[in-house]
Design a binder for this molecule. Structure first.
Ligand SMILES: Nc1nc2c(ncn2[C@@H]2O[C@H](COP(=O)(O)OP(=O)(O)O)[C@@H](O)[C@H]2O)c(=O)[nH]1
Ligand SMILES: [Mg+2]
Length: 255
């Protein structure tokens, strides 16, 4: 089973994309399960095959550890790793081709805590793939775009797993805005120019050398527009995953 982890800042559209991508995979008869790893979710928009809330409950954590909601989220993220033998066994029993993993709303609870490495190792690191969502409300401006690119790069280094970077909620952008962002993602010079045109102070702190260095270590990569709302861009996600794991061969169709 391949594990596809959806990561991004709070509200970037992870849970919505898991739902939309699952629907697309179902439509193409590709055997997929969905795991909710957000113990703090009030609501998830899909039918979770495995839900961490069955093992870790935020209200209980708040009570047991006398914590407020934020502290409880952090403890819950660690508890989910401590309990991982139990729930990962349930996940593995499904033996589907793909497992879509929805991660905690607050990105730092997953991306920046060692408990998530424990989880990824337990599920099988060689079968892992990351989808990083950039929120266009932030990333449509050059300085927001740079911040998101760096968050994506840091995430990549934290895990040492293959990663694809997508522009989430592309339906809220105009065609020109999508093209502009894709242009920045393909060409460090275009990004540098946009950044220094709109923000003079950026000139002193950002240099084109930084973007070129990011490019040479593989942190600078093309972004793909995706809309969970409209169901667009799903085949791009699927083909990137396919290309990575199977060198382009479609396992789903024969499974
Ligand atoms: N327009 C639009 N809104 C979206 C899309 N995906 C998510 N949203 C909205 O963005 C908000 C956060 O989405 P959610 O999936 O909960 O984000 P998460 O915190 O990363 O899991 C919700 O109000 C969604 O309705 C999309 O593709 N297009
Ligand atoms: Mg969510």
């Amino acid at each position: 089973m391949r594990y596809i982890y959806f990561i991004g800042t709070a509200g970037s559209g992870k849970s919505s994309l898991v739902k939309a991508f699952k629907e697309w995979l179902d439509l193409h008869s590709i055997d997929t399960i969905v795991v909710n790893l957000d113990p703090g979710a009030d609501f998830v928009p899909y039918q979770a095959d495995v839900d961490i809330r069955d093992w870790v409950n935020i209200a209980d954590v708040m009570k047991d550890y006398s914590l407020g909601p934020n502290g409880a989220q952090v403890v819950a993220a660690d508890l989910m790793a401590l309990n991982n033998r139990e729930w990962t066994t349930v996940v593995k029993e499904f033996r589907a081709d793909y497992c879509l993993v929805d991660t905690p709303g607050q990105m730092e609870l997953f991306a920046f805590r060692s408990s998530s490495n424990t989880i990824i190792d337990e599920l099988g690191k060689e079968d892992g793939f990351l989808v990083f969502l950039s929120d266009p409300t932030l990333a449509k401006r050059p300085n927001g775009f740079v911040s998101d690119l760096m968050l994506c790069g840091i995430t990549q280094f934290r895990y040492d797993l293959p990663i694809m970077n997508i522009i989430s909620k592309s339906d809220v952008l105009t065609e020109e805005e999508v093209e502009e962002m894709q242009g920045w993602s393909r060409d460090p010079y275009a990004l540098y120019n946009a950044l220094t045109d709109t923000d003079m102070s950026a000139q002193s702190i950002m240099s084109i050398e930084l973007f070129k260095a990011m490019e040479s270590v593989g942190m600078y990569k093309e972004m793909y527009p995706v809309s969970a709302e409209e169901g667009t861009g799903m085949e791009d996600i699927y083909s990137m995953i396919q290309m990575y794991f199977e060198g382009g061969e479609d396992i789903g169709k024969n499974a």
